[in-house]
Design a protein around this ligand. Sequence first.
Ligand SMILES: Nc1ncnc2c1ncn2[C@@H]1O[C@H](COP(=O)(O)OP(=O)(O)OP(=O)(O)O)[C@@H](O)[C@H]1O
Ligand SMILES: [Mg+2]
Length: 307
Amino acid sequence: MKVLSILNEKGGVGKSFIATQFAYFCRYKLGNRVLVIDLDQQGNSGDILSASGLCQASSVYSGEIMKEGRTIEPTSEFLVIKGDDSLLELSDVGDDGIVTYNLSVAITNVQNDFDICIIDCPPSADVRQFAALSVATDYLVPFQVKAESIAGVDKTLSRATVIKDSINPDLNFLGLLMSLVRMQGIQKSNYEALLKTMGHILLKRYDPKTKTESGVCCITDRSEYAAAQQMKRPVFFSENGQTRKEALEVARVWITLIHQLGLPIKKPIKIEKDPQTGKLREVSTPIEQAKPTASAEENVQEQVTNA
Ligand SMILES: Nc1ncnc2c1ncn2[C@@H]1O[C@H](COP(=O)(O)OP(=O)(O)OP(=O)(O)O)[C@@H](O)[C@H]1O
Ligand SMILES: [Mg+2]
């Protein structure tokens, strides 16, 4: 099981958007078994996923796991561990090592039950960030192309380097992911400056057709993405079955992450709206088979159009 931690101590940079939408994509386009752990007491990703109708909320909360050493029951192939207020009491434990150990044990116990565990971190540099980096196989740092957001990235990266050097030598940095991008005005000149100084650590875009990396990944600021989050649905789901161009755009980022993480590509799972509850649900029959001529990753890209 891959463990992807999404962190940046700066708030509002798109961490929870990436955690929830990448989780939906891995579940429904890759057919993966997906666990999401929300380490934020604000509970954004936990609330969105559990209210979507698609993802089951675990009876145990992330604060209980870290504080009391409770374990995760793998009761669904798409499961979220919600955040709770006891996350704010972790300092009472008085030992960051125990808190981290508790999270590590809980995740290790379910490592054969899921293909990926996505950890959504809070906008703070406390023990939760330390623990998320200590238990992760990979981490991703979303940021906005704004001066204050870029400044925060340095601190996050140096903390991650310390953890890699001291505790988690196999920790892999996927890159910096530009989020909420509006490529105009000050953001455009910041971006050009950024390419010179930090270009080498920006997440490169992977093209499954040419099997090469070209350009950098970015997630544009789009009202469709905010709407999908508010309506607690995957960006790629549309009731009339028409493909959203925004879904295709952001799928390029997800395909890059899938490639970098080496996730298994299984059968996609169709979803539909339950006419009675108005919530989404999984449909048990698989949708169209992968075309034998294209690579698995190319098929994933095509399946976005068949949401
Ligand atoms: N690419 C995007 N385009 C438009 N809106 C977005 C995008 N990404 C995120 N949002 C919206 O911006 C707000 C902040 O995003 P999000 O909650 O993902 O950030 P965060 O880094 O998790 O914040 P926090 O640090 O407070 O947890 C949310 O309302 C979200 O729906
Ligand atoms: Mg968040």
